[in-house]
Design a protein around this ligand. Sequence first.
Ligand code: S3P
Length: 178
Amino acid sequence: MKRIFLTGYMGAGKTTLGKAFAKAMELQFIDLDWYIESRFHKTIREIFAERGEDGFRQLERNMLHEVGEFDDVVISVGGGTPCFFDNMDYMNAQGQTVFLDVSIDVLFRRLKIGKAKRPLLKDKTDDELLTFIQQALEQRAPYYLQARYRFDGGHLESRKQIATSVEELRQLLETPAV
Ligand code: S3P
């Protein structure tokens, strides 16, 4: 039985890599945000607007415990998931955990394009976005670093790069965790 959790900041490539990795390994792929959206028939933006961040985090925790029981699956969680409740301990107990580590420059470039669908970023100017990413990474690093594996998610910009990353991640996960 395989159960792999991909963690890391927004824009780290959890969904991109998770999807490709699951396909290559013939595992099911679940993106926790998508799972929540389809379960509640609402977008993450709508859930934030209706329940506030606290309400979203509670729901996110409950849904993590639901998908965390599935077998033979790659689960990409939200950027904030590891940082609330005992979610990181839970994931470490349930499967292999990977921190997708990406430089601030790359995150900034990716999130400038992808900020509209993310409630925590959508209203920020570029300057505000950069400062926000820097501060959030500092706060969140202690949680992300509890993942058993650390992987460079900075090379996911083309099909070729994704294929190479998939192979590297496969090899990494065959080595004993730290
Ligand atoms: C969040 C990340 C998002 C989503 C929500 C909050 C965060 O997921 O769960 O907007 O706090 O970092 P992605 O990391 O998949 O964008």
